[in-house]
Design a binder for this molecule. Structure first.
Ligand SMILES: NC(=[NH2+])NCCC[C@H](N)C(=O)O
Ligand SMILES: O=C(O)CCC(=O)C(=O)O
Ligand SMILES: [Fe+2]
Length: 337
């Protein structure tokens, strides 16, 4: 994993850019701010921009950690009890704006109509009743490692997470694909379309009541179709010697009709299990996981439900919005229906 540590001077430079945005905007969801993000991101410190550029272009590493940006523990307010339940979006504006500007250096932030009310910046918080689900809002059960939204052809190239608080030091888990060792015939099988990935539950929880337009309903129908009539896909793609990967074993069908494929998936899973490591985010730290080159998950923890729970912000980033044009309302629209 790459680590970028901001110097005190660089942090001041970042805060100046963010302060300027805060004059005109109260939420990072404002489409006008998003339209300008790529431009304003060029005002961030040059070393940060160079490092993120290397990460994006040279694939120097499968994840990058950015440390040093401060979080104002009092100003951000209590951890929300549900997704998007933060009473005042301005309370985390500086942190989210910095996060979004960094994301803009890697590509275009986007959201899903079927997740967290179509917002671009998601909350990762433990939610009452979700403790044992395979969702970001779970707690007492581990989140099995996965590629984010592996079932979807337009899933993120990078998954960003920024820590607001993490008092019990709960670890995100992480394993890069370049650490796995597999026999050549196993790699061959993984490159073939012999695998089935179903949509995970985070796309099947109906959005906040109220914003259930026709488009959103159609979007849930599309996810339903991917669940009921999934197409067979390859787990590996790209370069034979440095493959990209696409898998979420928890939501993948066993393939008893194809024992060779089943064995290849088991072999890859065992390797990723073997190489999985902990990454404990501290307040202010941002990680961007290369969603084509690594899997991630999370260790279990006991939720507090006292306003001081673990709280991350999350954003999906694509290198190319155009490839999903058929699912978006306009060229610069960022929500996939
Ligand atoms: N193996 C899994 N648990 N996959 C689903 C991951 C969690 C999902 N992306 C969410 O936002 O809640
Ligand atoms: O909470 C974490 O550290 C990661 C959760 C996760 O997998 C996700 O939100 O996509
Ligand atoms: Fe995830």
């Amino acid at each position: 994993m790459d680590e970028i540590r901001l110097t005190a001077r660089e942090v001041e430079q970042c805060r100046t850019v963010v302060r300027e945005l805060a004059v005109s905007f109260g939420t990072v969801e404002d489409p006008e701010l998003l339209a300008r993000a790529t431009v304003h991101a060029q005002e961030l410190p040059r070393p940060l921009r160079y490092r993120l550029n290397d990460f994006r272009l040279a694939e120097s590493s499968a994840a990058v950690l950015i440390s040093g940006f401060p979080v104002d523990e009092d100003r951000i307010g209590p951890t929300p009890e549900r997704w998007g339940a933060q009473p005042d979006t301005t309370s985390t504006f500086p942190e989210e704006a910095f996060f979004l500007l960094c994301a803009s250096l890697l590509g275009e932030p986007f959201g899903w109509a079927t997740q967290q009310g179509s917002r671009l910046v998601h909350d990762i918080v433990p939610i009452r009743g979700h403790e044992e689900l395979q969702l970001n809002s779970a707690s007492t059960t581990q989140i099995w490692w996965h590629v984010e939204d592996a079932f979807h052809p337009f899933r993120a190239e990078y998954l960003g997470m920024m820590c607001m608080r993490n008092p019990d030091r709960v670890a995100t888990t992480y394993a890069p694909v370049n650490g796995v060792k597999l026999a050549s015939d196993v790699v061959d099988v993984l490159f073939q379309p012999r695998f089935v990935i179903r949509p995970d539950e985070s796309h099947q929880i109906e959005a906040d009541a109220g914003d259930e337009g026709t488009m959103v309903r159609r979007s849930y129908e599309r996810v339903g179709q991917m669940r009921d009539e999934p197409v067979r896909i390859a787990v590996f793609f790209g370069d034979r010697d440095a493959p990209y990967l696409r898998l979420d074993p928890y939501f993948m069908d066993r393939t008893p009709d194809d024992p060779e494929a089943e064995a290849a998936l088991a072999a890859l899973s065992a390797e990723l299990d073997r190489t999985l490591t902990d990454l404990t985010l501290a307040p202010g730290q941002i990680v961007f996981v290369d969603n084509y080159r690594a899997v991630h998950g999370r260790n279990p923890f006991r939720p507090r439900y006292d306003g001081r729970d673990r709280w991350l912000k999350r954003v999906n980033v694509t290198r190319d919005l155009r490839k999903s044009r058929e699912l978006r309302a306009g060229p610069d629209a960022r929500v996939l229906y």
